[in-house]
Design a binder for this molecule. Structure first.
Ligand code: IMP
Length: 192
């Protein structure tokens, strides 16, 4: 079965292809001739994930899936959530986003947070969503140089290090994206 992953991140495509095995052939947006930037202007993570997958399915008539992720902080009522990438503004700068997050958390006792990924799969037989969650806490002590986004201020549950201090392999074992992907892969294998 051929399946499009609505991304142009070739690293992500390779990683998921390895998880899926040979019975699925994964294609990127580029591979199916989709050159446009996919809109993601919904107000939920589910909505954005669905919007991207639906666009590809409707315009390119291929089975596909798309992901969307946000950092949800309990003391901020789930913010930055769906706005994680542009929390501090349209420049989408990770450093600015982390600074704003720490500023908004000043004086808060509850530093619980989670990353949440939603993958939407659309095929001829319907639409399915898969959620992956990584629980943890926010630290004011920004640490580590690996990863991206909010990794330097996020300490996963059961760890002392921030995500930015973990090896990529280790992060990929526990991450929100990996957990949502595992559910997708299981579903695809069961419905092959
Ligand atoms: P996207 O939906 O994967 O593009 O993620 C949206 C935003 O969430 C990113 O721009 C980052 O700010 C944040 N984010 C998503 N995944 C991670 C992660 O694994 N570590 C840190 N930040 C992340």
């Amino acid at each position: 079965m051929t399946l499009c992953f609505a991304t142009n991140n070739t690293h992500k495509v390779k990683e998921i292809q390895a998880l899926l095995g040979n019975s699925f052939k994964l294609q990127s947006l580029n591979d199916i001739g989709c050159r446009e930037e996919l809109a993601e202007d919904q107000d939920t993570i589910e909505g954005n994930s669905l919007q991207k997958a639906q666009y590809v399915f409707d315009h390119f008539k291929v089975a596909c899936f798309a992901d969307d992720t946000g950092l949800e902080v309990a003391a901020l009522n789930g913010a930055p959530g769906v706005y994680s990438a542009r929390y501090a503004g349209v420049q989408r700068n990770a450093e600015d986003n982390m600074q704003l997050l720490l500023k908004n958390l000043k004086g808060k006792r509850n530093l619980n947070a989670r990353f949440r990924t939603v993958i939407t799969l659309i095929t001829q037989s319907g639409t399915h969503q898969f959620e992956g969650i990584l629980n943890g806490t926010i630290t004011f002590d920004k640490r580590g140089t690996r990863g991206f986004g909010y990794d330097p201020v996020f300490v996963p549950e059961g760890y002392q290090q921030t995500l930015a201090e973990l090896d990529l392999d280790e992060k990929n074992k526990i991450s929100h994206r990996a957990r949502a992907l595992q559910k997708l892969v299981l579903f695809l294998k069961q419905h092959e």
